[in-house]
Write a protein of this length. Structure first.
Length: 233
């Protein structure tokens, strides 16, 4: 981990993750293997992120198959107060891994953001966050999550991450965890400063910077195209 990274940025040092990330970098890796590697890395990054961002709580009692009583364990925030937020489209590839770590299903809210080619600035084209808050007339409306978990394989310039954080803050979340496969040091520095006290970043690896097209070097290429076989479009 580079010593200059912000305090709210965490880069995995797991040797197996490093080896998988090296495999993912290769241009010869097939789309099927790219999907598997992204899932595996997301699982490892998510495991570390949720260990830090969640707490366990006692949740009543139950009986074991032998009839012994034991204290059940749940998590806090409770799953209904957690929202999983994939950034379309490549963030979808990380949803199954993060979902499998959580003890029960959580709401999944999608954000669609793309980078405008000339400015490299994010443009929002889709947002299904439930902005309708509970009221006396509509008590079942879904309000903002206590914890939002953003999943996006790549943090390059950090602009997309900043835009997603701003959208979720406007929604009213109290904390955000961002899980990514690969980031740049400059992108993390920018994104970590967007809401320093409210966001923690957990990434599988960190490269130095981006090229003139905004692509991480050496990076992973266009991970969305590699995941969904849309190369050469």
């Amino acid at each position: 981990m580079a010593p200059s990274l912000p305090n709210n940025a965490h880069v995995s040092t797991h040797p197996c993750l490093k080896a998988k990330l090296s495999q993912l970098r290769s241009a010869s890796t097939s789309s099927k293997d790219v999907q598997t590697l992204v899932h595996d890395i997301a699982l490892m990054v998510g495991y570390e992120a949720l260990a830090s961002g969640l707490s366990s709580v006692d949740d009543g009692t139950d009986k074991s198959p032998l009839g012994y009583t034991y204290t059940k364990t749940s998590i806090t925030p409770s799953p209904p107060r957690i929202s999983l937020v994939p950034i379309l489209r490549s963030g979808l590839s990380m949803v199954p891994a993060l979902s499998s770590l959580l003890p029960t299903p959580v709401p999944v809210h999608h954000l669609g953001l793309y980078r405008e080619k000339s400015t490299l600035q994010p443009v929002e084209y889709y947002n299904n966050l439930p902005y309708h808050k509970p009221t006396e007339a509509n008590p079942d409306a879904a309000g903002p999550a206590e914890l939002a978990i953003i999943v996006d394989p790549i943090i390059a310039t950090g602009a997309t991450a900043c835009a997603a954080i701003d959208t979720l803050r406007e929604w009213g979340v109290k904390r955000i965890i961002v899980c990514s496969v690969l980031a740049t040091a400059s992108g993390l520095e920018r994104a970590c400063a967007e809401w320093e006290e409210g966001v923690e970043f957990w990434v599988g690896g960190c490269d130095a910077d981006v090229d003139e097209k905004g692509m991480i070097k050496p990076g992973l290429g266009d991970i969305g195209d590699r995941l969904y076989l849309t190369l050469g479009k």
